[in-house]
Write a protein that binds this ligand. Structure first.
Ligand code: NAG
Ligand code: NAG
Length: 409
């Protein structure tokens, strides 16, 4: 009785176990199929987080580095790094960095492609677009797969782009618009948007940080759509205290005005903001210890060098931005940089900086400005130095920089 009872119990228990494992199996199978379905459909319309983000385009450039994509023996002859320029003279209407226009005729220029170590091709968005549809670069007479070629692009409008990755071959980029996610360090070179405002107050440049009228300033445009909208956020505009921190913006501008007609709700605070904006003089706001250089449509800004040319310390707000001449300048000793979604950290961070550090930062910023950025001559020299840097001193006939070496003896 007891035995049979035990037997039934055991049977029932094992039956339950069996049922349970069947059930588990069933769910596992269904879950598995469901998972497969989800993966399948998910993958087919999977949108990567960086899609449609201007500052993350393109996804990638071809894998390249000096050892794989460069012919060193082209640079064996000659005392200098010699550059052949395809578009010489630069055609009217081509968007190029002005400071590079002095390159033809300089000691680094050759009109003989046989002698050239590097081949420059100035390109702009229009030319790049054409390169999408027809492989423009590969038709260049000395292309050779793009070896030793440098595509120069100057992008100061939001629609400006670099060439399509497919068109680059083994060429490197010298560009104002390089992103960390695509940048090939020690191969591509980031160059600056130069100072566009010709005004500079000599007296101001020599004023030390805490002798300045303001602590932090910004006077500029507010963007109501796309990249740069963070400038309209409360954490950005709210920095303004009307005393030692002045952050003022205008909503004027073609794109904004057009947008406001269909979406007036986007313009909240614009009217009030305009009155405050008008009450401050741009140059007077340069009399500041720190000055914001926030990304606009593009992470690079003209303001960064305007700020430096007036002796203020730039505070960048930008994402994925390769700063100019990164191999020559130790930017972390000069400026501060915040991601666009960390704007709320700007003021607390700046306020907490020890006085001595602020003074050191200004000193280094000024040193950088004078040595690398100050005028066209300095800018061209920095480009050449960056190009030479890529050889890491291995070319006996062109040391990094004779003047630089002298200064450090
Ligand atoms: C590299 O350059 C040298 C000298 O101009 C040339 O003879 C050689 O064919 C080049 N090699 C490649 C792979 O292009
Ligand atoms: C800058 O501000 C300081 C402090 O308010 C003032 O003494 C100085 O004259 C100003 N300099 C210029 C060039 O505006």
């Amino acid at each position: 009785m007891c035995r049979s009872g035990m037997g039934t119990l055991l049977k029932a228990a094992s039956g339950m176990l069996l049922e349970r494992s069947r059930l588990v199996m069933f769910f596992m199978t269904w879950n598995f199929i469901l998972l497969c379905l989800m993966l399948f459909f998910g993958a087919s319309n999977h949108v990567p987080w960086h899609a449609n983000k201007l500052w993350h385009e393109p996804d990638a450039f071809p894998r390249c580095s000096m050892d794989a994509c460069f012919n060193f023996s082209r640079c064996d002859d000659g005392d200098n790094l010699l550059i052949y320029i395809y578009n010489d003279p630069v055609p009217k209407g081509l968007h190029v960095p002005m400071y590079l226009e002095s390159l033809p005729g300089s000691e680094w220029h050759t009109t003989d492609p046989e002698q050239a170590c590097l081949f420059f091709y100035f390109s702009d968005t229009e030319a790049n677009k054409a390169a999408w549809t027809k492989p423009a670069f590969s038709r260049l007479p000395y292309w050779n797969g793009g070896r030793n070629h440098v595509i120069v692009t100057f992008a100061d409008r939001w629609r400006d782009t670099n060439p399509a990755p497919e068109s680059l071959g083994m060429a490197s980029l010298l560009s104002t618009k390089l992103h960390h996610t695509t940048y090939r360090s020690a191969f591509d070179i980031a160059i600056p948007l130069p100072r566009s405002n010709p005004f500079i107050i000599e007296e101001l440049y020599h004023l030390s940080p805490f002798e300045r009228k303001y602590f932090l300033t910004f006077k500029g445009k507010r963007y109501l759509s796309r990249e740069g909208v963070f400038r309209g956020s409360e954490s950005f505009r709210g920095m303004n205290n009307g005393k030692d921190v002045v952050v003022v913006e205008t909503c004027e501008g073609k794109t904004n005005t057009k947008l406001l007609k269909s979406h007036p709700e986007l313009g909240s605070g614009c009217k009030e903001g305009q009155a405050v904006y008008d009450s401050y003089d741009y140059m007077e706001l340069m009399n500041s210890t720190f000055a914001l250089a926030p990304a606009g449509r593009s992470p690079a800004s003209y303001r960064m060098f305007e700020v430096m040319s007036n002796g203020a310390i730039p505070v960048l707000i930008a994402d994925n931005y390769v700063k100019p001449f990164e191999t020559l300048i130790q930017w972390q000793y000069c400026l501060l940089q915040f991601p666009t979604n960390e704007v709320h950290r700007v003021l607390p961070t700046l306020r907490a900086l020890p006085r001595k550090e602020v003074e050191d930062r200004q000193r280094y910023c000024k040193q950088v400005y004078e040595e690398f950025l100050m005028d066209d001559t300095a800018l061209v020299r920095s480009v050449i130095r960056s190009l030479k840097e890529r050889f890491m001193g291995m070319m006996p006939n062109f040391p990094l920089d004779k003047d630089f070496m002298k200064g450090h003896n």
